[in-house]
Design a protein around this ligand. Structure first.
Ligand code: ADP
Ligand code: MG
Length: 251
């Protein structure tokens, strides 16, 4: 348990009489890629929302680096080191790719007041380095609003990385992408983890992507944890096969 960067203990979320998440425990270890899977409606997004501060848990404790983050507003959770690619990064569609990353870097450094000043050189090198990480060095001057889904996701990753997060939360990062875009985005998630040591907690429907990318997997069903373990053990679990993989096979 001491290696857990994120730990959930007995976390529940009710919406009126409906129990979306019930008594969930989860340990995300430092440096790992951890997948959260389960059928539609299992409670995966609700769980990520609670970690990110967008939804208060009805019960339970959420610890990040050993400290409770329950009750902190989303921006303080970002500041603590948890990035959520699709939420903290409101892309400015009219600005170029590199301008968007420079804004993310300036926000991190508290230079928000100079956001729209024509400071062309500010953070240029750092922004370029981040865009090289996501293989977008040839897209620097494209308006962000014109990017296809996979390119937009990679820009979001670069902007999330500008905040130097310790943990990235990704809710279905390859949703709506072509197979080519999926494999590129998946490779970048692996690279961010391997080269920058960023811990990743992600949800994903593409089961091949999950088994090829995750170091450990937690399976949810109807708001509760079915099992948690390494991919081979999860794949062999009869209840997982029945409840989740079986369903995927019929899809
Ligand atoms: N704001 C909400 N109000 C009421 N019910 C919700 C709300 N958000 C999610 N739910 C319900 O909680 C369950 C879990 O949803 P969700 O976390 O989105 O599942 P998943 O991401 O695993 O598909 C679903 O039945 C969903 O309809
Ligand atoms: Mg979801």
């Amino acid at each position: 348990m001491t290696d857990a960067v994120l730990e959930l203990r007995g976390v529940s979320k009710t919406f009126g009489p409906f129990k979306a998440v019930t008594d969930m425990s989860l340990s995300v270890l430092k440096g790992e890629i951890h997948a959260l899977i389960g059928p539609n409606g299992a409670g995966k997004s609700t769980l990520l929302n609670m970690v990110a501060g967008g939804l208060p848990p009805s019960a339970g404790e959420i610890l990040f680096a050993g400290r409770s983050i329950v009750g902190l507003p989303p921006h303080q959770i970002v500041h603590a080191g948890i990035a959520r690619s699709f939420q903290i990064t409101s892309i400015f569609p009219k600005l170029s790719v590199i301008e968007n990353v420079r804004i993310a870097l300036m926000a991190r450094q508290g230079r928000c007041r100079s956001l729209f000043a024509p400071a062309a050189g500010v953070m240029q090198d750092d922004a370029l380095a981040l865009l090289e990480q996501v293989h977008m060095e040839r897209d620097l001057d494209r308006p962000a609003g014109e990017l296809a889904a996979g390119d937009r996701k990679r820009l979001e990753f670069a902007m999330a990385l500008a905040g130097a997060p310790e943990l990235m939360l990704l809710d279905e990062p390859t949703a709506g992408m072509s197979p080519e875009e999926r494999s590129l985005v998946t490779a970048i998630i692996r690279k961010i983890n391997a080269t920058r040591g960023v811990t990743v907690l992600f949800t994903e429907h593409d089961i091949d992507m999950v088994f090829s990318t995750a170091h450990r997997i937690t399976v949810m069903h109807q708001g509760s944890k079915l099992t948690e373990g390494e991919p081979a053990a999860v794949r062999a679990n009869p209840r997982v096969r029945e409840l989740y993989l079986g369903e995927a096979a019929h899809a």
